[in-house]
Design a protein around this ligand. Structure first.
Ligand code: DMJ
Length: 611
């Protein structure tokens, strides 16, 4: 029997359905959010204390046996990875205690251990950098020259420098493993996954911009471009590549395991480092993904050369994609994929590592959920962008599942099998770095990391006043936020120079806005004041000028305009002020000041040392 329903009737039905579906999601009240947020804080605290009590100084907590184990290195990984979450959740006293502890306990990274270049970068270098940038928020004593200097920054630079030998390949793409003392192990495979090649520009760019040493950013960019040049004729990237020959060894293209954060860093590198070319690259890469990898709102593994589906699975790691799409402004596409992923979560209470899309079930052997953050990461971004209450409800579902099935007496455990919620004896550090942080941020709309630019802090630095914490934080792939303002503060033109440029350059599109608002011309500001006007701040400028920043060295002048070396000016300044020399501070600067030979020369030297 055919039923002909009038059009108006359909409209009324749809209207009723809409009202019901909206009501299915509880209103997002302040009280509800606060309750959820406090529950997440307790979740973090329970597992953090469990780690400290039972596992520290080892890398990870084993949440079933309540003891510890070294996993990715032997560098108290969970402590470093969790550090900035303490500040995000407002536990400032513990943040200060641990920041100091890390500096003292990690003074020597010259360790004979093999580590993953990728994991060490995103978790250790990323964690140290973001903690360094949060020192002021947590009320920690600020090191001389902060944020362009400081012990956590020096430690991050030290660790990153120990990863550099991995990049000494003919293609510029890194090996996957490095020994922190001896460089690339002799029998190391030259095959690295795509994400292992293209996930450095956020951390290495931050390092370069803060320290003034361009090496890190150049290395990361070189690796990124090396991948880009090897995209297939239809614009896709494979899963693994030989870093010596540049030949692909795994030809499956997708957005999940082995590839994910390559796409992520095109977007985030572009935003953080103000490199529009990276966003243009993402635009083109996404077009290829949408053309071949995306099927409706799923993404499947596809041949990078021919574009046909090879493996029709959804991987739990792929759930970062909606968040990334939201970051580039495509909330509609993001919501489409997110709904699919959330259906999987609801089917099992967790997302399995692999989910067979045509069969609608978890893949045998890959049915675990190791407390991954990707789904909540996307919920957080999308909620920031849309304020759709449905997203908070989804976040609450996630929280309920984890609380119900993964909590143990000393932490939270990996779910071994999403079908029966059996547990495994592992709690990866990203649970404290990412999963709890993104959940907390989802439920904490007033968090400082969500600052839309309505407030900021002005800090006096050797380069003049810096405006920090104005928002726009860029999270690395391990959820460690970087403040872009700090990067601009330590390198690039100073604020007064930018304003000067805006005022005086009629070609600039903001010229009209600023014209007449500033004095016509600023008197040139020498990096070093002449004797007689020597102040402590000018002394700091000298120190910064010698901190590996050749452009700054060039601008050092005496009052008479005579070019001077920074070191000479510094000495003169010290003598003039007759200050007690702060040897400790000088030593910290010392770590950053050694002039760097060009990239290739340094790698050659490193190669000689390590081979
Ligand atoms: C984290 O270490 C990072 O998010 C990485 O990019 C992917 N895997 C884990 C979390 O699932």
């Amino acid at each position: 029997m055919e039923i002909n329903m009038p059009y108006q009737w359909w409209m009324i039905m749809c209207g009723i359905l809409c009202i019901f579906s909206v009501n299915a999601f509880e209103e997002v009240t302040k009280e509800r959010l606060e309750k959820l947020r406090e529950e997440v804080r307790e979740m973090f605290q329970h597992s953090y204390e469990g780690y400290l009590q039972h596992a520290y100084p080892l890398d990870e907590l084993r949440p079933l046996t309540c003891d510890g184990v070294d996993t990715w290195g032997s560098y108290s990984l969970t402590l470093i990875d969790a550090l900035d979450t303490l500040a995000v959740m407002g536990n400032h006293s513990e943040f200060r205690r641990v920041a100091e502890l890390i500096v003292t306990s990690h003074s020597d990274m010259d360790l004979n251990i093999n580590v993953s270049v990728f994991e060490t970068n995103i978790r250790v270098v990323g964690g140290l950098l973001s903690a360094h940038l949060m020192l002021d928020r947590a009320g920690a004593p600020l090191p001389l020259g902060w944020p362009c200097n400081g012990p956590l920054l020096a430690l991050a630079a030290d660790v990153a420098a120990r990863l550099l030998p991995a990049f000494d390949t003919p293609t510029g793409m890194p090996y996957g493993t490095v020994n922190l003392r001896y460089g690339v192990p002799p029998a190391e495979t030259p095959v690295t996954c795509t994400a292992g090649v293209g996930t450095f520009v956020v951390e290495f760019g931050t390092l370069s911009r803060l320290t003034g040493d361009p090496l890190y950013e150049r290395v990361a960019m070189r690796a990124l471009y090396a991948l880009w040049e090897r995209q297939s004729s239809i614009g896709l990237f494979g899963n693994h590549i030989n870093v010596l020959t540049g030949k692909w060894t795994a030809l499956d293209a997708g957005i999940g395991a082995g590839v994910d954060s390559y796409y992520e860093y095109l977007v985030k590198g572009s935003q953080l480092l103000q490199r529009p070319e990276l966003m243009a690259m993402f635009g083109r890469a996404r077009h290829a993904v949408d053309s071949y990898v995306r099927r409706d709102d799923w993404h499947m593994w596809t041949s990078m050369t021919r574009g046909q589906v090879t493996i029709p699975v959804f991987q739990s790691l792929e759930a970062f994609w909606p968040g990334l799409l939201s970051l580039v402004g495509d909330d509609a596409a993001a919501m489409g994929s997110l709904h699919n992923y959330f259906q999987v979560w609801k089917q099992y209470g967790f997302t399995p590592e692999f989910y067979n899309i045509p069969h609608g079930e978890a893949t045998d052997g890959r049915e675990g959920y190791p407390l991954r953050p990707e789904l909540v990461e996307s919920l957080m971004y999308l909620y920031r962008s849309t304020r759709n209450p449905e997203l908070v409800t989804m976040g609450e579902h996630v929280l309920r599942s984890i609380q119900h099935s993964a909590r143990t007496r000393c932490g939270y455990a990996t779910v071994k099998n999403v079908r029966n919620h059996a547990l495994d004896n592992r709690m990866e550090s990203f649970f404290l770095a990412e999963t709890t942080k993104y959940l907390y941020l989802l439920f904490d709309p007033a968090n400082f990391l969500h600052n839309p630019g309505t407030s900021a802090r002005v800090v006096d630095t050797p380069r003049g006043q810096c405006v920090l914490h104005a928002g726009g934080y860029v999270f690395n792939t391990e959820a460690h936020p970087m403040d872009p303002a700090a990067l601009a503060c330590c390198s690039g033109p100073r604020t007064d120079e930018v304003l000067q440029e805006l005022t005086e350059n009629p070609r600039h599109r903001h010229y009209k806005l600023f014209r007449g608002r500033l004095p016509k011309r600023h008197p040139p500001r020498p990096a070093v004041a002449p004797p007689g006007t020597c102040r402590r701040s000018t002394l700091l400028q000298v120190m910064m000028a010698t901190a590996g920043r050749p452009d700054a060295i060039r601008t050092v002048r005496t009052a008479a305009g005579r070019p001077d070396t920074a070191a000479e000016s510094g000495e003169r300044c010290w003598r003039h002020l007759e200050l007690m020399r702060d040897r400790e501070a000088e030593r910290s600067f010392e770590q950053l000041r050694c002039a760097r030979p060009p990239f290739e020369d340094r790698l050659l030297v490193l190669h000689e040392v390590f081979s």
